[in-house]
Ligand binder design. Structure first.
Ligand SMILES: [Zn+2]
Length: 323
């Protein structure tokens, strides 16, 4: 059995673990993002957390084959550094070389959307897909494509950043990177929070208003919980989110031609309340020749997809499985 270390670098914390070839996570560790003003000190913070994981590998008699690291943003062609990632101080810092020298193990960086797709392909809901598109819906949109078992990285070390496709050119809203009216402004947890908060203000006697925090903000998890309980306003918010995702996915089908689309990330906890409007919108809008064969379902690996996908860069898979 092969094992590898996966590191999923998030904006506020990183998830680390030992992952087996069977996709089992033997050890989980969470590290708050190191707060230093020099990139090398931040990198050293991650190195110390990897030290802990390696100690644990020794405890259980496991020799990891390498260290895979997932980050959002663009990955350099040699996969040694990232830009536009969520720990900005590490932009362009050669993190893979730093960690490779420190541990004498092979290290690779990859885009977190790509890694979520690889994880779902090898260990989740996408095992038999020929062209698998995985969309991670959180505060932004992570997108990864796996074709015949191979992760696709044609643009900036990933498949580019299709979440910034403009869908509302005159929108008053901008995404976290500042683009006006991109898909992320209408189909993300931030959009759900914004719309639910606006509805709560407009309808002060509603369930959404009751769920709001003292400043009136209604969080995405609260919207999803209320929608699952049947609250009509919360359901309207998710209906809109699903409709916008369906619009985005319809366009992406013309580029990526997926036969399976899996929706993951925190917003996917809405389940069918999100999938139904996605499927309906795609059925209404997409050219059948392109999108008629694309199935839409839920990703299966939840918050562990990035970690498992990062480790998967160093796990050997049966070539039969990748056919
Ligand atoms: Zn954008």
């Amino acid at each position: 059995m092969h094992y590898a270390i996966g590191v999923d670098v998030g904006g506020s914390s990183a998830k680390l673990g030992i992952v087996s070839q069977a996709g089992e996570i033997l050890f989980h560790h969470r590290l708050p993002t190191p707060a230093f003003d020099q990139p090398i000190h931040v990198a050293e913070g991650y190195a110390q957390a990897i030290d802990l994981v390696l100690d644990r590998c020794g405890d259980v008699g496991v020799q990891p084959a390498g260290i895979g690291i997932g980050m959002p943003g663009n990955i350099s062609p040699d996969r040694r550094s990232a830009t536009l990632n969520n720990v900005q101080i590490l932009d362009n810092f050669p993190l893979a070389d730093f960690l490779g020298n420190r541990f004498d193990l092979p290290v690779e960086l990859d885009n977190d959307g790509t890694l979520a797709a690889l994880a779902e392909y090898h260990h989740g809901g996408g095992r038999h897909a020929r062209r698998l598109l995985v969309v991670t819906v959180g505060s932004g949109l992570g997108v990864g494509l796996v074709v015949n078992g191979q992760a696709q990285r044609p643009v900036r070390g990933c498949i580019g950043d299709p979440g910034h496709m403009i869908v509302e050119p005159d929108s008053p809203w901008r995404c976290g990177l500042g683009c006006q009216g991109c898909l992320e402004t209408v189909a993300s947890s931030l959009a759900i929070q914004r719309e639910a908060t606006a509805l709560a203000r407009r309808f002060p006697d509603s369930e959404l208003a009751r769920l709001g925090q003292p400043d009136g903000t209604v969080g995405t998890a609260q919207v999803i919980d209320a929608a699952i309980r049947g609250d009509p306003l919360a359901r309207d918010v998710l209906e809109q989110t699903g409709r916008w995702l369906g619009i985005g996915l319809t366009s992406w089908c013309y580029f990526f031609d997926p036969d399976l689309i899996l929706i993951g990330g925190g917003v996917s906890a809405a389940g069918e309340l999100l999938l139904a409007p996605i499927r309906r919108t795609m059925a209404d809008r997409a050219l059948p020749a392109y999108a008629g064969h694309a199935q839409v379902g839920l990703a299966q690996l939840g918050n562990d997809a990035g970690l498992i996908g990062a480790a998967s860069l160093f796990l050997n898979y049966d070539p039969e499985e990748q056919s």
